[in-house]
Design a protein around this ligand. Sequence first.
Ligand SMILES: [Zn+2]
Length: 88
Amino acid sequence: MAGGWSSDGAVQDQIDATIEDAVQRARSALPRGEGLANCEECGAAIPRARREAIPGVRLCVNCQSEHDKEQVNQGGYNRRGSKDSQLR
Ligand SMILES: [Zn+2]
């Protein structure tokens, strides 16, 4: 039983590190320059404060968080994910 717990913890540590790495890469990949007044994805208005805070922002908060999740899925431990997409 004790062994099971410790190996769970190790896996969780790896996942955390992967997410952090992917978020950092997503941040550094953000386009520079002028942001959009409306979300590229859903057309919702992007508040000026958000555009000023994030130069080149193209997505509203909701879509950005969805994209962040996708970036995480693409970032290293996606063997299961890519197998699923081949089955589609
Ligand atoms: Zn949106």
